[in-house]
Design a binder for this molecule. Sequence first.
Ligand SMILES: C[S@@+](CC[C@H](N)C(=O)[O-])C[C@H]1O[C@@H](n2cnc3c(N)ncnc32)[C@H](O)[C@@H]1O
Length: 311
Amino acid sequence: MIEHIPVMQREVLAALNVRPGGRYVDCTVGAGGHAFAVIEAAAPGGSLLGIDLDPQALAAARRKLEGFGANVRLVEGNFAEMERICSELDFAPVHGVLLDLGLSSLQLEESERGFSFQREGPLDMRFSPQQEVTAAEIVNGHAESALADVLWRYGDESRSRRIAKRIVERRPLHTTTELAKVVEEAVGRRARRLTHPATRTFQALRIAVNQELLSLETALPQAYGLLGDLGRLAVLSYHSLEDRLVKTFIRQESRDCLCPPRQPICTCSHEAGLRPVSRGAVRPSPEEVARNPRSRSARLRAAERLPATAG
Ligand SMILES: C[S@@+](CC[C@H](N)C(=O)[O-])C[C@H]1O[C@@H](n2cnc3c(N)ncnc32)[C@H](O)[C@@H]1O
């Protein structure tokens, strides 16, 4: 059985400033690795609400966290709805919110989920079985230009048009390995490239299927709204599109005025409510990358909620 190794665990605990008795939301509880470390550090008296879209991940988290009894609650849901979920459970304000984006090793290794180009499986890629759109529908149903657009926008794939053209010529495609082969046919395999030529295509499809950027954009202001004074938001992202959203959000909420720089008088009345915890993103140590190659692309950003000013 594959284990998901939590990425930058020590750094995440520091970023969240986990303290005994604290209340935490793990928006991507996955296999429960980070959640275990957080709830352990929050003892005695701490509590944790874990959210995930994937019922299989939640089952794994339930097993891992069962020893913490009623101090841990787990909910199947989208973190883009964390405000509603927390309000229904009366779980706010909180001391920390964690988002560890993307997919877990459990999901990647399970061929039936269709996330990996190295394992034969259906073109699925949904985090939740409740979602309607699968990768097969995008691959076989999108017009060529729309498909190229997905690969370009979400995969930063410079050869998106060539790949989309070849997919359209070869479809219908049914499996991950068929798709990987078609991408390889379209662009060839560069001798000195370490990654498989289908890596970006698979990333793009996964992001599109799960509307990952939209969920993140919706979630960030809600996470901010859940934080009590000096509460911490910590986000681990794995590609530049996610990281840019997080960086921009923290930067924006750390400024007192959002008016255009040339405007002489502030008319927006925006007030800073966050303070970045570190300058720039924190990266995994070389030792961690050697131990857990999946941490390679991780970037951790964190911010602290400023106390509300009186008046
Ligand atoms: C990288 S894994 C988290 C691993 C976890 N931190 C651990 O240590 O075991 C990301 C998890 O987020 C979940 N996920 C992705 N998007 C989500 C969303 N919009 N709402 C809720 N869960 C989501 C995935 O199903 C996956 O289980």
